[in-house]
Design a protein around this ligand. Structure first.
Ligand SMILES: [Zn+2]
Length: 149
């Protein structure tokens, strides 16, 4: 069974594309993103460290979009081998103060598949074009289609 990160509450959950067993939050709706933050690609210890970042962000905002983009910005800045993002201009002013208020010490991601760090990162092309709508609106449909929990 896959262990993955819940982008809502920061817990580790079972199944990258499944709802979180802790908070009930759905997967992101972007299966590349969901699987990038699963034990297919990184150690469970690294997932838990990303979870701590999500919890710090979630304490500052109730807005799903702002929380998600704050986390994606953090990853883009400190772990750019995983993904990079272009934040929509209207969200930058909301995301920046949140990033300033959390403990953003970078940590070393332990990759399950070391090749993730060599050559072109497999997620960078797709993830740099993540659109907020595609992340959130497609979620329920995808879960029904792909969840094997
Ligand atoms: Zn959760």
């Amino acid at each position: 069974m896959t262990t993955a990160l819940c982008f809502h509450c920061g817990a580790t959950k079972f199944g990258a594309l499944c709802p979180c067993g802790t908070c009930g939050g759905p997967a992101s709706g972007d299966s590349d993103l969901d699987i990038a933050f699963s034990d297919h690609y990184m150690s469970v210890g690294s997932l838990k460290k990303f979870g701590k970042i999500i919890r710090q962000i979630a304490r500052q905002t109730d807005d799903d979009e702002v929380r998600m983009w704050s986390f994606l910005n953090y990853v883009s800045i400190y772990h750019s081998s995983i993904l990079t993002v272009d934040t929509p201009p209207e969200l930058v002013r909301l995301v920046e103060p949140i990033l300033q208020n959390i403990d953003l010490r970078a940590f070393e991601v332990v990759n399950k598949r070391p090749r993730l760090d060599e050559g072109p990162p497999p997620q960078s092309g797709r993830s740099s074009s993540i659109v907020v709508q595609s992340v959130f609106e497609a979620t329920q449909r995808r879960i029904r289609g792909f969840c094997r929990c």
